[in-house]
Design a protein around this ligand. Structure first.
Ligand code: NAP
Length: 361
């Protein structure tokens, strides 16, 4: 395994932004991963484990540590019967290629998670979800390297402590585990999840085939989330998280919407909000950004994506990380001033100073 110096990171992220890593290596086996961590220990330098780079913004200065790019490949069927199949997929495999493979085989479970950029390992880290499905519902276990005990472990679903877009890997034990593979349980019997508005619109009264659901999801996502394969239009998916409020907080938000934009705007916001038992309110942050008139805002090369304002796009292909953070700050400040709620940034921010992070935290 070769350890390189001063490797530009922009090309390893879907944002296509960011300076170099002081050290960089690609690991293809668990043993190489252990070797990389030993190197970092000797150098007394921090390690950042990189997957598909699809939920990441790297600072313009880069990262003063070792970036370990996970390149584990492979997929296999562990168990199969007439009703179900259990598969094991290496963390470095491209997620959407795996979804395509399962759909072609007629296995249900991943179709709603179509066209999400990134690697299979990242799916577990973030408990990625879309259109009523999330990784934790199909994930059986993950094989990991524990960088604290230096042991290889299998963490079952409950040990991953999955929550809404969260897990032990990005919360309680952030940076501790390197994921080698994920084991997923899929169904051979149809298990369509079609409750989300966009899918209701497409399939109401119909009984779509598995491949049709995947095609529809790809069509919808293409309209809202530019698939970040080219340097131009690079992005990291949603840059802002949705807002979760209790009843008091939500009523306050509606009152502010009504005061600033009128009763109709408050009613629309009310309709777009999802509630659980009238005690938990999930407010789409995109609607707040739109109401503030920020859906076309830009700072130099970085721009809010008009069709889905949760996304910041590297519109010119030459945006800097500073442009992105300045734009994010404008959005966060404006939404806070208008609605009294603070938007949270979703992607990992790597290599930024505490002063820079204060802009968006
Ligand atoms: P959308 O369909 O415009 O919906 C906006 C928000 O409303 C979403 O956050 C979604 O919650 C919620 N929602 C919609 N229908 C719902 C229902 N029937 N029950 C409960 N909640 C509902 O969303 P979008 O922005 O175009 O995104 C499409 C899907 O991709 C969403 O599920 C979104 O979460 C997902 N996505 C996930 C990631 C990620 O995992 N990092 C990144 C980008 C988008 P949920 O968030 O709970 O689905």
């Amino acid at each position: 395994m070769e350890i390189l110096e001063n490797v530009p990171l922009a090309g390893y992220t879907t944002f296509k932004i960011g300076g170099p890593a002081r050290w960089f290596c690609e690991v293809k086996t668990p043993e190489e991963t252990a070797e990389a961590f030993e190197f970092a220990h000797r150098q007394k330098t921090p390690v950042f484990v990189l997957g598909g780079g699809s939920n990441l913004l790297v600072s313009d200065r880069g990262f003063d540590g070792l970036v370990t790019k996970v390149c584990f490949k492979g997929k296999e069927i562990l168990e199969e019967n007439s009703e179900a199949v259990k598969i094991k997929v290496a963390a470095g495999e491209n997620w959407d290629e795996i979804v395509e493979w399962t759909v072609k085989n007629g296995w249900w479970g991943l179709e709603n998670l179509s066209h999400i950029p990134g690697s299979c390992g990242a799916i577990a880290v973030q408990n990625v979800g879309a259109y009523g499905q999330e990784a934790s519902r199909v994930l059986v276990s993950t094989s990991v390297f524990d960088t604290t005990s230096k042991r290889f472990l299998e963490l079952i679903n409950s040990e991953c402590q999955f929550g809404y877009r969260s897990s032990i890997f990005n919360k309680q034990a952030r940076g501790r585990y390197v994921i080698f593979s994920v084991t997923l349980a899929l169904s051979k019997k149809p298990t369509p999840i079609l409750e989300y508005r966009d899918l209701v619109r497409a399939f109401a009264g119909k009984n779509p085939a598995l491949a049709e659901i995947r095609q529809e999801i790809i069509k919808i996502r293409n309209l809202k989330y530019p698939f970040p394969v080219k340097a131009k239009n690079g992005n990291a998916g949603s840059f802002f998280k949705n807002i979760n409020l209790d009843e008091t907080g939500f009523n306050d938000l509606l009152a502010r919407a009504s005061a600033s934009f009128g009763e109709n705007a408050a009613q629309t916001l009310d309709k777009k909000t999802f509630r659980e038992n009238n005690s938990h309110f999930k407010v789409p942050s995109a609607a707040l950004i739109e109401l503030c008139g920020l859906a076309d805002l830009n700072v130099d090369g970085a721009k809010i994506n008009h069709n889905q304002p949760l996304v910041i796009v590297n519109e010119s292909g030459r945006a800097s990380a500073k442009d992105v953070l300045s734009l994010a700050k404008e959005v966060i400040d404006s939404v806070l001033k208008t609605f009294g709620v603070k938007l949270q940034v979703e992607p990992i921010l790597l290599g930024f100073s505490s002063e820079e992070l204060k802009l968006v935290e």
